[in-house]
Design a protein around this ligand. Structure first.
Ligand SMILES: Cc1cc2nc3c(=O)[nH]c(=O)nc-3n(C[C@H](O)[C@H](O)[C@H](O)COP(=O)(O)OP(=O)(O)OC[C@H]3O[C@@H](n4cnc5c(N)ncnc54)[C@H](O)[C@@H]3O)c2cc1C
Length: 378
């Protein structure tokens, strides 16, 4: 067993760390306050090759592995989870299914622009009727001559307020299979797709939409996979992305720990630095231990993806643990900061608000526990 990162991995980490410190950290607070995402960031990411990290060079990607993808996520999240979430919704949720199940024409139409940052994607699966159960999905696609007519609603869809295209999940032929759920590639804007930007408490700079789809007509070429369902592709995509978002959570937890260490070293109460209080030092020791455990789970998960051995249950364990670590660490960070932790001038409140998104998005902690316990055949 060799647990070391390669020189290439270290180079990726250093490049993204520097980029994020220079280009994201200084504007993270402002965009969180304004609830806006600077779209020009996509071109910068594209120029650095950060939008195709996980995809092979022969498909136009940067030809790296899942471990590199997790390193990029960790470093982006360290600077801002909003920016990292925006990146993730595009580079994984919006692109992966096309790369995995798309025809040569679909790949040629969408992947080059998606990798360069010219075209931004979104992934519309969750619905107002309940995001936790995919099988409850009610958006319908009816076959019409030469294409499909789609009606329904989607909610909490990241990047949708400014996306150039969206993968839209809809039921195609329930008479063939109850979970005949397929993805359609929908070019935006489209008058039959009305997108309302939502107000959020967490990852506020990541733009999120509620979507109404009324009689949207798309051609046959918009269907990804076939009409008996892209369901297994959706499930595989979610599993792989759970390892990814666990890396995001790890980045947030590290940011909370480092802010706590800096504060504990600097803040003096009655002539004593707060880091010298054992209660504070122990909180940081627990945080550091949690982070170490999360790190090994995340990179083990990434290694399993690269080996083609990731199971849904393992992905759930990685995501469950790392996301809960980010919540615990950022909550402790607020306590360690005392009153300052509640002030917007300090980053720990924002990290905590953002961390809560990750015990919900990509499947709640309860859903992860369902997946893990189901695999135990209790
Ligand atoms: C900021 C943000 C961005 C998002 N981005 C996207 C995106 O880009 N694309 C997309 O498709 N979705 C996206 N989502 C949706 C996200 O995946 C869902 O919010 C998530 O799956 C939970 O669904 P829900 O919100 O409908 O919760 P619900 O399903 O309503 O769950 C409510 C509560 O009930 C619990 N619960 C539900 N079912 C079960 C069960 N079977 N067993 C035990 N407990 C259960 C849940 O754990 C939760 O505590 C995003 C969400 C957020 C908050």
């Amino acid at each position: 067993m060799d647990f070391s990162f390669t020189e290439e991995h270290e180079r990726v980490r250093e490049t993204v760390r520097r980029f994020a410190a220079a280009e994201i950290a200084p504007i993270a607070r402002q965009h969180d306050d304004d609830e806006t995402f600077p779209k020009e960031m996509f071109r910068k990411w594209g120029d650095l090759g950060l939008l195709g990290v996980r995809y092979p060079a022969e498909d136009g990607g940067s030809g790296m592995d899942k471990i590199s993808d997790c390193i990029v996520r960790e470093e982006l999240s360290y600077a801002s989870q909003s920016f990292a979430s925006t990146w993730s919704a595009h580079t994984h949720l919006g692109i992966w299914p096309i790369w995995k199940a798309g025809t040569a024409e679909q790949k040629a139409k969408y992947l080059p622009g998606a990798f360069s940052g010219e075209k931004i994607s979104a992934f519309g699966l969750s619905e107002p009727g309940g995001g936790s159960n995919i099988r409850a999905l009610s958006t319908k696609a009816e076959k019409i001559d030469g294409g499909w007519r789609i009606s329904g609603a989607k909610t909490y869809i990241s990047n949708s307020p400014f996306a150039d295209f969206m993968l839209l999940a809809a039921r195609t032929s329930p008479e063939l299979k109850p979970h005949a759920i397929s993805l359609f590639i929908v070019d935006l804007p489209n008058p039959a797709v009305v997108i309302h930007k939502l107000d959020k408490e967490g990852i506020r700079a990541s733009e999120t939409g509620l979507i109404h789809i009324d009689g949207l007509e798309v051609p046959d070429e918009a269907l990804l996979g076939n009409e008996t369902g892209t369901y297994p592709i959706i499930l595989d995509s979610l599993s792989e992305n759970r390892v990814g978002v666990a890396a995001n959570a790890l980045g947030m937890a590290r940011a909370a720990r480092d802010a706590s260490i800096a504060y504990a070293r600097e803040r003096e109460v009655a002539g004593k630095r707060v880091g010298q209080y054992q209660a504070i030092a122990h909180k940081i020791a627990d945080m550091d231990t949690d982070i170490e455990a999360a790190r090994w789970l995340v990179y083990h998960g990434a290694w399993l993806v690269d080996q083609g051995k990731l199971t849904a249950s393992m992905a759930a364990k990685v995501k469950l643990f790392a996301s809960e670590v980010a919540v615990r660490a950022s909550e402790q960070a607020i306590r360690i900061h005392g009153g300052a932790g509640i002030m917007r001038d300090y980053s720990v409140g924002r990290i905590h608000r953002d961390s809560l998104v990750y015990v919900i998005g990509e499947g709640t902690s309860e859903v992860q526990r369902n997946l893990i316990s189901r695999a135990l055949e209790l």
